[in-house]
Design a protein around this ligand. Sequence first.
Ligand code: ZN
Length: 456
Amino acid sequence: MSTNEEKKKMSQTDEDQFVTESSVIDCFLPHKFETFLSENFSGEAKYFKNLHYEFAKKLMSKIPLGYMSLDSGYPWFCYWITNILEMTKDKYDLSYDTKLKFVEILKELQHPDGGFCGMPKGYAHLISTYSGMMAIANLGIKEAYDIVDIKKMKEFLLRMKNNHFNINDKPSYTDKNGIFLIYRNEENKNENEENNNKENIKEESNTNKEKNHSSLTNCSSTHACFPGTFQNHINGESDLRSTYCALTVSYILNLLPDESLTSGIVSNIQSCQTFEGGFGPEPYCEAHGGYSFCAIASLILLNSLNSIDIKSFIRWLTLRQMSKEGGFNGRTNKLVDSCYSYWQGSIFNMLIMGDKDLSYDSELLYDQLSLQAYILFACQKDKGGLIDKPGKGPDLFHTNYATAGLILSEKTLMDGVSVALSCDIEKQFGEFNPVFGILDENVKNAVKYYREKINE
Ligand SMILES: [Zn+2]
């Protein structure tokens, strides 16, 4: 059967996979690289450090119209740009005056009641707060650190926390795992309380099960939240992203340990682990790379990695590396994408942070060199910037996360062993923190600054 005939019989998913695989293999051919046989590779591999630096620097002065849909993502631009510049900085550094320009933008984004907004005069949002906080840590100057009103930030974080012990609402539904749902929306709450009064939840009829399930779906979206989670903003959605953002910001500001911020988080994360082994955004959802990153990073911060089914998680995680492309996908049956080099790749580094035995002969539990080949041969643009996959254009998001994944793929955190496709890329980066997504020294400096400030 000819290739064309084979293609005709494929589903759209299979065809997309076939096209992507072929385009990546085409990128490997000139380098004579074959995935998972990387020990045979003797060619050259280069990371175009200066070009990627210039790419980010150019976007610092003018963001193209294509980014318009991210209009409420001001803190993200500050984070991505400062982060790319920090990762690629050895010959360059941001001037003090340029850093002050970022400080002015970030000042405008802090909400008067605490937390950061996506755009000036918006509402405070946990995800904007994470990116604003990491941009501040990257700037690393007093003027940037001092932007944060720590007291109001803590009040904001506590306002976002869903904690049924502190709310007068009674849990209106308990599922078989003992997960409570709290209804913020009066209409849903009353409707559900009525259901509960009629009969014991454990003996509910099939009809009622359906009714409760439909309420659950409804509440998952905006109106109610699982205890141990955070809403992203007032009346906003709650999922593992907001948990991760709240914890990283709390850690940097030295607000941990604090039971009022962390109670219920571990059991909520446990309930998000799916039958596949990975984590969904909330219970009963599909396992996904980004949410799995948030789950494991949060567990590392709470020193609770052993609270999940680690074997099934590792099985799911290792299956995310694509056999021909070398990069990761984010979900079962999805295409390779360079940003998962960080979302998935960093988890292997975190697993070692949590348990030294989760490595193989001092290497991470995936083929590091094949991931590096995907990033270096298939995702770099000659004019600077990195892409999701061949055929796509470069952007800040993928330049940031593919570079972060590349750095972490070289480091095992075990005995200082470095694993690199070519000596050209070996040791050209600083230590990168897999949990926070910024250079390790920037995490440490920020934590130290705020510790001293709190103790003043
Ligand atoms: Zn992506």
